[in-house]
Design a protein around this ligand. Structure first.
Ligand code: NDP
Length: 254
């Protein structure tokens, strides 16, 4: 596939993100977690859904890398970027779902399938790019985009993981209800876990400096900005004593 064709596929995929963003902002949040509701077809166990929808992205990344480049195993910066991507998804697929206190909650199969499609496109975009088009010279190591991106990636990951576990630990084993989170960034914003995820993938886009990582970050924005706003609204509706000054995603701003 030429770069022109590849680029067109990525830009069309980005167009779908714009539609998804408008839909999620104007219509309703994606129906999983606290926003799960009837009317979305058959459901599967929540924990299993997370494993099944997230784990294949590591296979997709590898597969599309090999389709694009079946002679050379990844090396240098490409190997590092693929390893960082896998690191995130190893945690997301096999640690986060096992630790979540989700009882017998379910998610619609449609959500798991759409997340799988999202992961297929991300695996394709990044894997194919890294296999066929990526060129990083040795002096990329000293470039501000590489260093700044790497720092942002790990800072975002730390905020994402620690905030996710702060939320998960609000429940005692066996509980499935919701409480008002507090402490750390929760004192300022509703969804530090989602902010952390966005910072992490912004860092990834910066350090890899490539179209598919930018598209992945914009897709994450399209998913998580409406979700954070919906969470914020939901807390306000559920808890009369929800801290009035708490913002949605950006401390002091929004
Ligand atoms: P949430 O913040 O909705 O939930 C995270 C976990 O904490 C869930 O197990 C949830 O339980 C529990 N929880 C949340 N709030 C409370 C509370 N107030 N009291 C008790 N328990 C609580 O995150 P998401 O489920 O939306 O996302 C999970 C992870 O996946 C995040 O790190 C997110 O960044 C990432 N993600 C990334 C996307 C991307 O596009 N890159 C898209 C979607 C998610 P329950 O499930 O029962 O609500």
């Amino acid at each position: 596939m030429s770069y022109a064709v590849y680029q067109t596929v990525e830009l069309l995929w980005l167009l779908i993100a714009a539609v998804a963003f408008v839909w999620l902002m104007l219509k309703a949040p994606a129906p999983y977690g606290r926003h799960v509701r009837p009317g979305f077809g058959p459901q599967i166990n929540n924990r299993l859904g997370w494993v099944l929808m997230e784990a294949p992205v590591m296979l997709f990344l590898w597969l599309f890398y090999r389709i694009a480049n079946y002679t050379m195993p990844p090396g240098g910066f490409v190997a590092l970027f693929m390893a960082l991507f896998m690191l995130h998804y190893l945690h997301r697929s096999f640690v986060f779902p096992l630790l979540m206190r989700t009882g017998n909650k379910k998610m619609p199969v449609a959500i798991a399938v759409s997340a799988l499609g999202f992961n297929l496109m991300n695996g394709f975009g990044l894997g194919y790019y890294f296999g066929k088009f990526a060129v990083y010279e040795p002096d990329w190591l000293y470039d501000w985009r590489f260093i700044g991106g790497l720092l942002l990636f790990f800072a975002g990951m730390a905020v994402n993981i620690t905030s996710d576990y702060r939320l998960i630990n609000l429940r005692k084993p066996g509980e499935t209800g919701y409480k008002i989170p507090s402490g750390g960034l929760f004192n300022y914003i509703c969804c530090p876990n989602l902010l952390g995820e966005l910072v992490e993938w912004a860092g990834f886009a910066l350090m890899t400096w490539c179209l598919p990582a930018l598209v992945f970050w914009l897709w994450s924005l399209a998913n998580l900005v409406p979700r954070a706003r919906a969470h914020h609204q939901w807390y306000r509706n559920q808890f009369t004593h929800y801290p009035p000054g708490r913002k949605i995603l950006l401390p002091g701003l929004w």
